[in-house]
Design a protein around this ligand. Structure first.
Ligand code: ADP
Ligand code: MG
Length: 288
């Protein structure tokens, strides 16, 4: 039976944009009861576009805000960084240099630019540092917002939008028909997570999750008896991918995620996961 499985899984890999690193991952795919999806680049296209730059300080204009921010983002590989750098390029702004750059994992980035201490962070981190959201702040529910802190004062924010992948809704629907639960797990804010999860008809979402918490969320599901597959792309995701019953590293992500996972989703297309599961079920049904 082993050669058959190997042949089938290899054929599937070749056809459907999946790289199956070990046979167990393929064998186990038919046991999945829950799939935990990351958002950016898997369920969404992963191409952030800046939709708004807002200054909250009189002496600071929007171009200056994004100029300072770009210096930090030039050293980050987050999809948010890519979106911000594209905008800076479109505006023809020259990117300044930084000192003491540091990524605050799952929360943002910080560095010194022109002698000022700049931080670009998530809404969750903003409230953690006792800075409050600007009065009357309202963001579109589909937009990701990052806040800009200059010398410990809230200076402005940047809103970015991403799009849901055209294949995502169908993938979730097919999973549902096969009694497989889908959960969205993301470091992005609650508004965005909720809007993506609702738009796709997912079973639930967990938002503003810090990297170390991802692993705990997978364990919690397993304790409830779920057989869990998880998708992820970042270095941050590696521990959770290892904990999941099946780890699926997504496309262009980090090497560490790819090493940890049993399966690699080459085209980042969630429908490829669906075909893996259905194919796994069909294969073993015939064999047994
Ligand atoms: P996910 O992989 O689910 O998108 P991350 O843990 O990578 O989540 O990021 C969580 C949040 O931290 C982002 O939504 C953003 O608010 C903030 N963040 C992370 N990296 C950056 C960055 N380079 N620039 C600005 N904000 C960032
Ligand atoms: Mg990520």
């Amino acid at each position: 039976a082993v050669p058959l499985v190997v042949a089938k899984s290899t054929a599937l890999s070749a056809k459907s944009g999946l790289l199956i690193k070990n046979r167990t991952a393929f064998e186990n795919s038919r046991k999945i009861t829950t799939i935990v999806f990351d958002k950016t680049g898997t369920l969404t296209v992963g191409k952030f576009q800046v939709s708004k730059i807002v200054s909250l300080q009189k002496e600071l204009n929007e171009d200056e805000i994004i100029r300072l921010v770009s210096a930090l983002e030039q050293q980050s590989e987050h999809p948010i960084a890519t979106g911000i750098l594209q905008k800076v390029k479109d505006l023809g702004i020259t990117i300044p240099s930084t000192e003491k750059f540091k990524a605050i994992t799952g929360k943002g980035v910080e560095a010194t630019v022109d002698g000022k201490k700049i931080m670009v962070v998530s809404p969750g981190y903003l409230t953690e540092t006792n800075l409050s959201l600007p009065a009357g702040f309202k963001a579109n529910e589909t937009e990701t917002v990052v806040f800009v802190i200059i010398n410990k004062e809230l200076a402005g924010y940047i809103a970015l939008s991403d799009e849901i992948r055209p294949e995502s809704a169908e993938a979730i629907q097919i999973l549902k028909k096969n009694n497989i639960r889908s959960i969205l797990l993301t470091g992005d804010n609650v508004r965005v997570a909720k809007s993506v999860s609702n738009a796709l008809g997912m079973d639930s979402f967990i938002a503003e999750v810090l990297p170390h918490e991802k692993l705990e969320k997978i364990k919690d599901l397993q304790k409830k008896g779920e057989f869990v597959a998880m998708t992820g792309d970042g270095v941050n995701d590696a521990p959770a991918l290892a904990q999941a019953d099946i780890g699926i590293a997504v496309g262009s992500g980090s090497d560490i995620a790819a090493e940890t996972a049993g399966i690699i989703l080459v085209n980042s297309n969630p429908l490829d996961i669906v075909s893996l599961i259905l194919f796994g079920k069909a294969t073993y049904r015939k064999m047994i």
